[in-house]
Design a protein around this ligand. Structure first.
Ligand SMILES: Cc1cc2nc3c(=O)[nH]c(=O)nc-3n(C[C@H](O)[C@H](O)[C@H](O)COP(=O)(O)O)c2cc1C
Length: 256
């Protein structure tokens, strides 16, 4: 039997030797420990920002500052442990979305994953007329071709810039907010069904901007066989969450 090498994942000038992204898991589940461990193995490790400041003494009185301080610290701790690719996951629905994006960009993280809402507008504090000059790549998380189209069209028009990759989360994604209960088992909403819609939504923008946009599949992917199946369906990478929760390096407590 011949073994084929798993393809690397390229996002702009970044190249992950293993095309696996560890999905951001909020409220302290993916912080610097898990992130740096994944990055050291050649994947992309991701710090989640939801609830990141919860253990700061002033979280209730000084929410934005507490979150920024905790995020900065986790990014620096991760960076001290790896030279690999690290990302930050920021939920669009968070009230301090803009502050967290700016903080992660200032800290020079490699990739920002923007989910739980449509990232139609980026913070005005960023250099919006030259986003391509930033070291940080921008990757929205979507659950439909329609959402991808709205984001790509909006960014193309507003910023003359399109996202650097896109994560497609299906209904099996752990911790996911985007589907109604009755859609979870509905064959019209499977990841396999949504992926081609996103791939074709993104295609005209890839051509217009002469930029290759990797599509990353997420939700219910656990094994090498699963990964192979999605690579066959045309994705350049996968994002896994649940699988990483049971690792020693996970930042959650062993009880969790
Ligand atoms: C416990 C847990 C917490 C999560 N928290 C977030 C989050 O804060 N932000 C986000 O965009 N996705 C979050 N996710 C989704 C993951 O990033 C990832 O896309 C998803 O887990 C992939 O599906 P899988 O768990 O089947 O591998 C979370 C997932 C889990 C399991």
């Amino acid at each position: 039997m011949s073994l084929r090498k798993i393809p690397t994942l390229r996002i702009g000038d970044l190249e992950a030797n293993i095309p696996i992204i560890q999905g951001g898991m909020g409220v302290g589940i993916s912080l610097s420990s898990l992130t740096s461990a994944v990055a050291n193995e050649g994947g992309i490790g991701v710090i989640a920002t939801a609830g990141i400041g919860q253990f700061e003494p002033d979280w209730y009185t000084n929410y934005n500052e507490a979150n920024k301080r905790a995020l900065r610290r986790e990014i620096r701790k991760a960076r001290a442990k790896t030279t690999g690719i690290i990302g930050v996951n920021i939920m669009v629905a968070l009230s301090d979305f803009d502050d967290l994006v700016q903080c992660a960009v200032d800290e020079g993280v490699n990739v920002l994953f923007l989910g739980a809402g449509l990232p139609i507008a980026l913070p005005k504090t960023l250099p919006l007329d030259r986003l391509e000059k930033l070291a940080t790549k921008f990757v929205p998380i979507v659950s439909s071709g329609r959402a991808a189209k709205i984001i790509f069209r909006g960014w193309a028009k507003r910023y003359s810039y399109i996202p650097d990759a896109v994560v497609v989360e299906g209904p099996l994604a752990g911790g996911h907010l985007g589907f109604k209960k009755e859609q979870i088992d509905n064959p019209d909403y499977t990841l396999e069904k949504i992926l081609p819609e996103v791939i074709s939504a993104v295609k005209p923008y890839q051509e217009q901007f002469s930029k290759s946009i990797p599509v990353i599949a997420a939700g219910g992917i656990y094994t090498g066989v699963d990964i192979h199946k999605f690579v066959q369906l045309g994705v350049q990478g996968v994002q896994l969450g649940t699988r990483f929760v049971g690792t020693y390096e996970c930042d959650a407590s062993p009880e969790f």
